[in-house]
Design a protein around this ligand. Sequence first.
Ligand code: SF4
Length: 360
Amino acid sequence: MDKIKIIPIFVPHVGCPNDCVFCNQRKITGKTNIEVRGEYVQSIVEKYIKTIENTYTEIAFFGGSFTAIDLELQTELLKVAKYYKDLGIVHSIRCSTRPDAINDEILQLQKHYGMDIIELGIQSLDDEVLKLSNRGHTREDSLYASALIKKYGFVLGHQIMPGLPGSTRDKDIQTCIDSIALKPDIVRIYPTLIIKDTELCYMYEKGIYKPLTLMEAVDRSAYIYSLYRLNNIKVIRIGLQNSDTINEGEDVVAGPFHPAFRQLVEEKLYLNTLIYKLKGMELRNKNIVITAKDNLISYISGQKKANIIKLKEIFGIKQIVFKNTKKDIIEISHQNKVLCSFEQNEIFQNYLKMQGDLCI
Ligand code: SF4
């Protein structure tokens, strides 16, 4: 078994008592005819398993606040998931939820029905930001919920949203530092976007809220991503994608959307380290060779060779060519002489050292 197949069960706003300024789930719910019941879960799982063969399979309840759903209905949905898990057709179950929808009773229910991963939308750990975003919960709720989820032995996920109303670069970084202290196993970083039909959209139109630019969001995410990685925390997603209940050009009104946002972040980290390593070297009119693993070359080169263009511009380099290697180390050489080298992890340390100042 080498791949994970996710069976997504969309639970639009069912159970969510809230109306966060950035969220359009209530509107989506109003437009869908989905009746979230056991049969609904069963029909989706049945449809998916027809295409599954010898694959690690996971049921993922997403879209609303799963553990805030009425307990009777929640049990009905979980029973179906557990049925398939007991049969060995499904291997794990995950859900996403709000921090204030976690307590002993709820977690005992999840344990009983085989839940494995609970992802908490903590978004920010700054009370003022939470208030301005109408999250309806506090920093304290996130601290309590995270500790309880860990205590019960679930895999803990954190979702954070840089760039919320009232936030700053420092506040977003502090949220990341505080999140690390809660020891999440996995993290998603979703820079705030302005989605149609939301309060945030109204705030944007009135000039009350200004979204991050794409480059600000890339810089902030690169810094936060580096902090998590250096603390051995897996970042499973950076940036929303078209499939995540939003469609570029349809739902996103403004904000730092990019269909390959994570790629931009990875590219920036490599560019930063290359500048850091080459700084002070006389490279004008020289031909440079970068030797790296095949899967890293697109990050180092950048989309449309953006990093190569930038490096040539900064150092006056004549030509940069790539060479494949199987080694983990990345080497930069001129006329077969290695000028400098670095390992992948260094890109994170260097980004923090340079304070993301090279926001290009
Ligand atoms: S808690 Fe989640 S589902 Fe509910 S309004 Fe906020 S973002 Fe939307």
